[in-house]
Design a protein around this ligand. Structure first.
Ligand code: IPM
Ligand code: MG
Length: 357
C-alpha cells in the first residue's frame, strides 16, 4: 500500500540534510521495498519569508493528511529579531501541537566507532543505550498564562506556566512503560516534585499508571540529580520519562554522551500522526557549506520505517549501512578523528546509499 511522506526541510542545514534523506527514500522505492508518495512543504523561517508565517495552514493540512512527516530543522540568526509569534521555532512548536505529537522518543546510543568522540571517558560512555521519552505537546512550552507585560510602575513581568492535566501525563506514561517493556524493563521518571506541584502530580500519576505494568521497575529522580547522574554514571539509565522542558534539556545532555548531536534521530508520535527529525538544530554557522552531518536525518528516516511504516527490516538495513560507512572510516567534520577520512554532506549521503546495496 502506498504511504504518504511529507517533507519539511525547513532552514539552515535542514535543506542540505533533507536532500540526503531523499536519496535514501529513492533507494528504498527503487528496490521496491516500499511505495511512497512524497510531497514537500514549508516550515520555519523559510516559510515566513515566502508566506509571512512560520507555519502556513497548508503545511498543517498536508502534515495531518500524511502517514509520516520528515522534518529537517528550523531557525536562524536572520529571524532572531522577529516577534515571538512568527519566529521559526513557533512553526515547530505549532506543528507538534497541531498534530498532537505528545510522545517524543530521543534515543542516545553510542556508536562503537565513535566511543572516543565523547568528551567523557570512553569507559563511562561505552555501551550507553538510553531512550529519553519527552512529553512534547504540553507543559511549560504551551501553558497559559504566558508573555511579558509592562506594569503601571514601569517594571516588566515575564510569565510562563507549567501545566499538566492527568490525561496528558497518562498517555505519555503508557507509551514509556510500553517502550520499557520492549527494552530492559526499567523506567526512570524525572520530575521536580520536591518544589513544583505540577510535577508532583506528574509523579503520582506515573505511579498510578505503573500499577498496570507490574513487570516494569519504576524509579523516580529529581531533575537536578538526573542531570548529574547522566554524567556520573549514564549506564544506570535505560528509559527516561520526563516533561517537555526537562526532556529538552536532558536529551541534549544525553546526546553529548554519544559524542555528537549530529548522530541522533528522534520520533515524535501522536495517536494519528508521526514526525521524524534529527535532534540537532539548523546550525546557521555551517549552513550552505556542505559540511553538515546527514546521519541523524538518515537515522530519523530509519526510525520512520520502524515506527510508522512497519518496515523494521528496512530500518535495520539503513542502520547497518550507517555503521558500514563509519566502519569504513568516513567522517563529517563534527565527528572527525585522526586517521579517518573527512567527507561532506553529499559524499556521506552517497556513501550510505552505496552501503545500502
Ligand atoms: C528541540 C529544540 C526545540 C525545543 C526548539 C528549536 C524550539 O530545542 O527540539 O529540542 O525546544 O523543543
Ligand atoms: Mg532542544
Amino acid at each position: 500500500m502506498e504511504k504518504s511522506i511529507y517533507l519539511l526541510p525547513g532552514d539552515g542545514i535542514g535543506q542540505e540534510i533533507m536532500a540526503e534523506a531523499v536519496k535514501i527514500l529513492d533507494w528504498v522505492q527503487g528496490q521496491g521495498l516500499a511505495s511512497l508518495a512524497i510531497r514537500e512543504g514549508l516550515i520555519g523561517g523559510t516559510a515566513y519569508d515566502r508566506t509571512g508565517t512560520p507555519l502556513p495552514a497548508v503545511t498543517v493540512a498536508e502534515a495531518k493528511a500524511a502517514d509520516a512527516v520528515l522534518l529537517g530543522a528550523v531557525g536562524g540568526v536572520k529571524w532572531e529579531s522577529l516577534d515571538y509569534a512568527v519566529r521559526p521555532e513557533r512553526g515547530l512548536l505549532g506543528i507538534r501541537k497541531e498534530l498532537d505529537l505528545y510522545c517524543n522518543l530521543r534515543p542516545a546510543q553510542v556508536f562503537p566507532q565513535l566511543a572516543n568522540a565523547s568528551t567523557l571517558k570512553p569507559e563511562v560512555v561505552a555501551g550507553i543505550d538510553i531512550m529519553v521519552v519527552r512529553e512534547l505537546s504540553s507543559g511549560i512550552y504551551f501553558g497559559q498564562p504566558r508573555g511579558v507585560e509592562t506594569l503601571p510602575d514601569g517594571r516588566k513581568k515575564g510569565v510562563n506556566t507549567e501545566v499538566y492535566y492527568t490525561d496528558e501525563i497518562v498517555r505519555v506514561a503508557r507509551r514509556a512503560f510500553e517502550i520499557a517493556g520492549k527494552r530492559s524493563g526499567r523506567l526512570c521518571s524525572v520530575d521536580k516534585a520536591n518544589v513544583l506541584e505540577c510535577t508532583e502530580l506528574w509523579r503520582k500519576t506515573v505511579i498510578e499508571v505503573g500499577a498496570d505494568y507490574p513487570g516494569i521497575v519504576l524509579s523516580h529522580m529529581y531533575v537536578d540529580n538526573a542531570a548529574m547522574q547522566l554524567i556520573r554514571n549514564p549506564r544506570q539509565f535505560d528509559v527516561i520519562l520526563t516533561t517537555n522542558l526537562f526532556g529538552d534539556i536532558l536529551s541534549d545532555e544525553a546526546s553529548m554522551l554519544t559524542g555528537s548531536i549530529g548522530m541522533l534521530p528522534s520520533a515524535s508520535l501522536g495517536d494519528r500522526s508521526a514526525l521524524y527529525e534529527p535532534i540537532h538544530g539548523s546550525a546557521p554557522d555551517i549552513a550552505g557549506m556542505g559540511v553538515a552531518n546527514p546521519l541523524a536525518m538518515i537515522l530519523s528516516v530509519a526510525m520512520m520505517f520502524k515506527y510508522t511504516l512497519n518496515l523494521p527490516e528496512v530500518a535495520d538495513r539503513i542502520e547497518r549501512a550507517v555503521h558500514r560507512v563509519l566502519d569504513a572510516g568516513l567522517r563529517t567534520a563534527d565527528i572527525m578523528q585522526e586517521g579517518m577520512t573527512k567527507v561532506g554532506t553529499v559524499a556521506m549521503g552517497d556513501a550510505v546509499v552505496k552501503a545500502l546495496a
